[in-house]
Design a protein around this ligand. Structure first.
Ligand SMILES: Cc1cc2nc3c(=O)[nH]c(=O)nc-3n(C[C@H](O)[C@H](O)[C@H](O)COP(=O)(O)OP(=O)(O)OC[C@H]3O[C@@H](n4cnc5c(N)ncnc54)[C@H](O)[C@@H]3O)c2cc1C
Length: 406
């Protein structure tokens, strides 16, 4: 018989509470500092909740990059199929979209939170508005959780406090402080899956413009690291949108930002040769170049495109030279951005870094330092690309932590 306190009622904490409460010998308390559980889960996938992915285990592990192997055992104990079955069996149907992304059929992420609350409400003591302030451990054995006005004594504690991004949802990095206080190392915290900030002043002039069917490439020391095809968006400070968020995950893995180059292919379906032929054909008329760009590019981009190609906007296309044609082709196929940094962690979808995985038993999620202390979700040093992988990791680690195995 164990008395368990779970700190945090996000995706991982809700699942840990579900898993722990299945053992009728456990008394389970869930502390959530907000007035409701799952604030972040509710806004996932723009409120539609990309809860997992149908990728196989190998691709799942790869999606997490360097630390992915840590999750092998966890995914074998509770996989994407297990999550989908659990949801389906409890009345929440799912759909699969582009790239294997899985969503609730209702397209309402909040339904997932509601399902878990419904599952645990009669068997778990959910304490809303209660913030844990620290851990109580003696001789490296967990004894309780500090809260305002005292200590909740218990035999097991699961830290499910999330990362540091989107702090308004409640994830303010408290778990890192708790883990550190009992001897855990926290690997460097930084943003991942986030907008990219650029120095280029011209970007401000196209802020709000979104582009479809373009390809963003990220180079480090002139070596291509990642190309991503799809949609993106210009902001007042840089670039964002699906392909930018994906590429940012790869940038977050680079130590030194000095050698980063980003370039955009505005017409990936056309080769340079195709474009040369197209321009040669279409440059027979006597329209001026800025008007020509209006025919092949969105208006706001067309307006500044002569400047990006170093061309006089009023020059007639029929006197454009061969060299100038190549300048245009370069700008269309390799429009470069001057990388400044990733956006601040507050704007990131996930936090990179966290509780050092070397100090957590990958089979149980128990701390290797403090007996009876478990971790799950984003507070652990694991983060994946977009596609539902991060939520699956939160659910899988939550499920395994909730088993409270030693
Ligand atoms: C805008 C956005 C969209 C996203 N979309 C997706 C998506 O579609 N698919 C996907 O896979 N991932 C997505 N993610 C990432 C995903 O939401 C997270 O990885 C996941 O929610 C992490 O779950 P968690 O349980 O570890 O942490 P969280 O969901 O952050 O939950 C932590 C909980 O702990 C509580 N808490 C913290 N400290 C304390 C304390 N001291 N005492 C009591 N309670 C505390 C917090 O209030 C919070 O409720 C998205 C993230 C964002 C920000």
């Amino acid at each position: 018989m164990s008395k368990v306190v779970i700190i945090g009622g996000g995706a991982s904490g809700l699942m840990a509470a579900y898993s722990a409460s299945r053992n009728k010998n456990n008394t389970v308390i869930l502390l959530e500092k907000n007035g409701e559980c799952g604030k972040k889960l509710n806004i996932c996938g723009k409120g539609r909740g990309n809860i997992t992915n149908i990728a196989d285990t190998k691709d799942f592990i790869l999606a997490f990059g360097q630390n992915g192997k840590f999750l092998y055992s966890v995914f074998s104990q509770f996989s994407n199929n297990d999550l989908i079955n659990l949801l389906n069996e409890n009345g929440l149907q799912t759909i699969v979209e582009r790239g294997g992304r899985v969503f609730p059929k209702s397209e309402i992420a909040r339904d997932v939170t509601a399902l878990f609350i419904n599952q645990i409400k009669d068997v778990v003591n959910i304490k809303y508005g209660v913030q844990a302030s620290g851990l109580f451990a003696l001789d490296n054995i967990i004894k309780g959780v500090k809260v305002k006005g005292g200590i909740i004594k218990c035999d097991k504690v699961i830290i499910a406090t999330g990362g540091k991004s989107y702090p308004k949802t409640g994830s303010t990095g408290d778990g890192y402080t708790f883990a550190k206080s009992v001897g855990h190392n926290i690997s460097k915290i930084s943003p991942s899956i986030c907008p990219i900030l650029c120095y280029d002043e011209w970007i401000k002039e196209v802020a709000g413009l979104s582009l479809k069917n373009v390809e963003l490439s990220f180079y480090c020391k002139d070596k291509l690291i990642k190309s991503e095809f799809g949609e993106m968006l210009f902001t007042h400070t840089g670039i964002s949108g699906p392909i930018v968020l994906t590429v940012s995950k790869y940038i977050s893995e680079i130590e030194d930002y000095k050698n980063i180059n980003l370039s955009l292919d505005l017409k990936p379906a056309l080769s340079r040769g195709d474009l040369y032929k197209k321009l040669t054909n279409e440059f027979k008329s006597n329209i001026i170049i800025k008007n020509y760009f209006n025919t092949i590019l969105p208006k706001s981009l067309a307006k500044i495109f002569p400047q990006l190609c170093n061309l006089n906007p009023d020059k007639k296309v029929n006197i454009i030279t061969k060299e100038e044609k190549y300048q245009i082709i370069d700008s269309i196929k390799k429009l470069s951005f001057s990388f400044k940094s990733l956006a601040p962690i507050e704007e990131a979808i996930v936090t990179k870094g966290g509780v050092d995985i070397k100090e957590i038993n990958p089979k149980t999620m128990e701390s290797k330092i403090v007996k009876g202390l478990y971790f799950c979700g984003e507070c652990i040093d694991i983060d994946a690309k977009t596609g539902g992988y991060n939520l699956q990791a939160a659910f899988s680690t939550g499920y395994v932590a909730g088993k409270l195995a030693e």
